[in-house]
Design a protein around this ligand. Structure first.
Ligand SMILES: [Zn+2]
Ligand SMILES: [Zn+2]
Length: 335
């Protein structure tokens, strides 16, 4: 049964609004923690001007870096797939409808894909393509069912930021986890003496309950963030996304290889954080490459590291490498 346009539109906006609830939840907690720490703890409870100032200065430093990273992670646009990966409408209809003729599908996708910088293929060696976006998927790109589009170097869709974690905001996401962890550790450590005072009965007024819950909430979020942050540090060091950790990418002529993008720990780190130490700790875009092509471990063996800043060279290298590995690859299937 057809859904009336006005109902469909209402559902659409309701769904869009609901997706912001986890973000609102985080923002509410952070706003309350600001009030509890700055007003109740620093202004009303901490004694001595020097101690107050030190508490406030370091608190605002962590608060600012955490908020900035969070903002950037939420509002950075996810990487879009360039139009050159689009399958023309006529070809797409044939690929989808002509299911009896695998050979026709293979020919069409091969003809389109051979000019694209692609080394990631399906398990059976065919080009990966998305029926919804009508594109041949670039390396490391995946379709996000929540965002409704294919996303470059998709890591995962995170409801806490209402956005995909992808090529464009992965650095911001890791920084957000790191600064959020520091924020929680700082708040819990500096409120610990007053938390002990609470149980001794040395605190009075309603403020003591704010300090009590501030300590508990900071510990609770800190513990949850710790495992996530260190897991993503591990993924950065391996040059692997969360999706690739669950399912290793397949390389043409090689098959599944979870170390396919591993180009050395320091190079892996630079792929996400860039090569300038001064910008590593700020949530500004410094990741290497364009999100379409990535240096491969196989290219390192017997050669030097190729930065993706030089797209033309790296494309040529990848094509040369893959043609050496598997000159004929005609089997096409849909992942
Ligand atoms: Zn898609
Ligand atoms: Zn998404």
């Amino acid at each position: 049964m057809a859904v009336p346009i006005e109902n469909k539109s209402t559902c659409y906006w309701c769904f869009k609004a609901v997706k912001w609830i986890p973000v609102l939840f985080i923002v509410t907690f952070v706003a309350w923690s600001y009030y509890a720490y700055v007003i109740q703890l620093c202004f009303y409870t901490v004694e001595g001007p020097v101690k107050k100032i030190l508490y406030l200065v370091f608190y605002h430093l962590f608060f600012f870096m955490f908020s900035w990273s969070y903002w950037q992670t939420i509002f950075t646009d996810i990487g879009r797939v360039p139009s050159k990966f689009k399958i023309p409408d006529a070809d797409f209809e044939t690929v989808i409808n002509d299911s009896n003729s695998l050979e026709v599908q293979n020919t069409i996708l091969n003809n389109l894909g051979r000019y694209l910088p692609i080394v990631n293929v399906t398990v059976s060696g065919g080009y990966r393509f998305c029926e919804k976006c009508r594109i041949i998927k670039p390396d490391r790109a995946h379709h996000c069912s929540v965002c409704g589009v294919c996303v470059l170097k998709m890591d995962h869709h995170c409801p806490w930021i209402n956005n995909c974690v992808s090529f464009t905001n992965y650095k911001f996401f890791v920084l957000f986890l790191g600064y959020a962890l520091m924020y929680c550790l700082y708040v819990s450590l500096t409120s610990l003496p007053y938390f002990i005072d609470f149980w001794r009965g040395d605190l009075t007024g309603i403020g003591k309950f704010h300090i009590l819950f501030l300590f508990f909430v900071a510990i609770m979020f800190g513990v949850s963030l710790m495992s996530l942050f260190f897991y993503h540090c591990y993924l950065v060091s391996e040059n692997r996304t969360t999706l690739e950790a669950f399912r290793p990418p397949c390389f043409r002529g090689v098959g599944p290889d979870k170390y396919g993008f591993h180009i050395g720990r320091y190079n892996n780190f630079q792929e996400v954080f860039g090569d300038n130490l001064k910008t590593w700790f700020f949530p500004i875009s410094t990741s290497s490459g364009d999100g379409i092509e990535y240096p491969l471990r196989s290219l390192l063996q017997g050669s030097t590291y190729h930065s993706m800043d030089n797209t033309q060279n790296s494309t040529r290298d990848i094509e040369t490498e893959t043609s050496k590995l598997n000159p004929v690859q005609t089997e096409i299937s849909i992942l």
